[in-house]
Design a protein around this ligand. Structure first.
Ligand SMILES: [Zn+2]
Length: 233
């Protein structure tokens, strides 16, 4: 999650952090697992081998998503902690300078100096660190980085996404697998793209076309490589 600037549509913005992670995780799960299955199937593998490859891909992908998200969100969280520690020290050191600093931020945003000074003093009397964190550093409860939560969300949504193309391997007979897998996975992707865009208040068509295009490209590439390698070995 990034540090979001405050916008009037706060209820939408507050959803974007986890929504982005969830859609991205499920999207990755579908694209990478479907591509893997199509690539292995195109190399003329046996159904049991395709299933093993798909299941291994699901576990590897979920762990990789969780680790990646944990590392990236942790480093953001460390940066926030360091910023807050510095701010805490500044507040303890020179309280007057900090009042002026906060008031200056409000003046820049259009508040007159006398009012800005009053607002800064009143906010700091209640929660000085909170006021500086929010208006100076852009850190609020809503945008605080949460590594464990981010890692879990990514792994869970990747697994949910990967389960769809994997389920097709179990349900569809071998000779139909490649076309059914490709079409069904693209439909899942399109559906996910439109649901994600709708929930986030973004343009639906653009998002749907975007995810479907990248999914189709990934599957076409792995199908080609699978066929090539399958012919060689
Ligand atoms: Zn400050």
């Amino acid at each position: 999650m990034t540090r979001l600037h405050l916008q009037p549509e706060r209820h939408l913005v507050s959803r974007i952090g986890w929504l982005r992670a969830a859609v991205l995780g499920a999207n990755d799960g579908i694209v990478s697992t479907a591509s893997l299955i199509i690539g292995v199937a195109a190399a003329a593998a046996k159904p049991a081998d395709i299933l093993v490859a798909g299941a291994a891909g699901l576990v590897a992908g979920a762990m990789s998503m969780a680790a990646g998200e944990y590392v990236s969100v942790s480093s953001q969280s460390d940066t926030e902690e360091a910023d807050l520690a510095r701010e805490r020290a500044e507040l303890a050191g020179n309280s007057d300078a900090e009042v002026n600093e906060l008031a200056g931020i409000y003046v820049k945003r259009g508040v007159d100096p006398a009012t800005a000074d009053t607002v800064a003093r009143q906010l700091m009397a209640k929660d000085a660190l909170g006021a500086h964190a929010h208006d100076e550093l852009g850190i609020s409860e809503m945008t605080t980085a949460r590594p464990i939560q981010a890692a879990f969300t990514s792994a869970a949504t990747f697994t949910a996404g990967a389960a769809l193309p994997l389920g097709i391997v179990i349900l569809v007979p071998g000779h139909l697998l490649v076309p059914v897998e490709a079409i069904a996975s693209l439909l899942f992707l399109a559906l996910l793209g439109s649901v994600g865009a709708r929930a986030g208040g973004a343009p639906v068509w653009a998002a749907t076309v975007r995810v479907t295009f990248w999914g189709a490209l990934a599957m076409a590439l792995t199908a080609g490589i699978g066929k090539m390698v399958g012919t060689v070995v």
